[in-house]
Design a protein around this ligand. Structure first.
Ligand SMILES: Nc1ncnc2c1ncn2[C@@H]1O[C@H](COP(=O)(O)OP(=O)(O)O)[C@@H](O)[C@H]1O
Ligand SMILES: [Mg+2]
Length: 243
């Protein structure tokens, strides 16, 4: 197995809206090792979400290659791509994207349904995921909206890791949270990462980016530089202190 769980080679993405072409990615190269925790920063409109969508195989590049666990996703049929996404990728969004008419338990269980596991096995995995995400079993029968934003995001993280995917993607996971809740989300990411979870996270917040092992800066659709994070400035360490 390759050291790299994720490789992007000269990835370009052009959106066409009528006559207008938007070059959202202009040749991105990236190699992520198993177990790495990477933060991506950049101004609004620089291509961060587009990049995560390519990695998460929610969309395909206009040109270039994306290899997930050695598999070139551009070669896959839509059905195979959906399967790869279910097996290899966990996704966490800024808006949590939990389903409001389902309970917390059912939300976390959802990615397990296509796998045809018996109910008891699903229960074990759901409980383990919630625990790993720093959640509490008393949340299970509730609806997502009965929880705080920070709690909802931890439920979303549980849903993202319940299938134990090799890659966890997070798009501005703390964008809707206060600092205390943001710190809890990052402490969850750090503990997942400690047990081997690869994480690629987009953020605007330097205190959030400083929790990662590498910070990549994207501008106008290209990665322009890499910065070394300062862990003492990670929000887990700075929350409750003056900044
Ligand atoms: N589905 C789409 N159709 C057309 N243009 C898009 C689409 N998604 C994003 N874009 C454009 O691509 C560029 C990059 O967007 P995005 O990846 O969302 O940036 P970021 O997440 O860094 O704010 C922007 O100019 C945006 O307007
Ligand atoms: Mg975005």
């Amino acid at each position: 197995m390759s050291d790299y769980v994720l490789v992007l080679e000269n990835v370009r993405k052009v959106y066409k809206t009528g006559e207008v072409e938007t070059h959202a990615l202009r040749g991105v190269n990236l190699a992520v090792r198993r177990g790495e925790f990477i933060a991506i920063m950049g101004p609004s409109g620089s291509g961060k979400t587009t990049l995560l969508n390519m990695i998460g195989s929610l969309d395909v590049p206009t040109s270039g290659r994306v290899l997930i666990d050695g598999v070139d996703i551009s070669k896959l049929k839509p059905k195979e791509m959906a399967r790869l996404r279910n097996q290899k990728i966990g996704f966490v969004f800024q808006q949590f994207n939990l389903i409001s008419r389902l309970t917390v338990y059912e939300n976390i269980e959802l990615p397990l349904i296509p796998r045809g596991l018996p109910r008891k096995e699903r229960r074990v995995l759901v409980e383990r995921a919630l625990l790993r995400a720093g959640g509490d079993k008393s949340w299970f029968p509730k609806r997502p909206t009965q929880l705080s934003g920070g709690q909802q995001q931890r439920v979303a993280i549980a849903r993202a890791v319940v299938t134990e995917p090799p890659i966890l993607l997070a798009d501005e996971p703390t964008g809707n949270l206060d600092r205390a809740s943001a710190a809890k989300v990052l402490s969850t990411f750090l503990s997942l990462n400690k047990s081997g979870q690869t994480i690629v996270m987009v953020t605007h917040d330097p205190e959030v980016a400083n929790c990662a092992q590498r910070i990549l800066i994207i501008r106008d659709g290209v990665i322009v530089k890499e910065m070394a994070p300062v862990f003492s400035r990670c929000i887990v360490n700075t929350v409750g202190k003056a900044t």
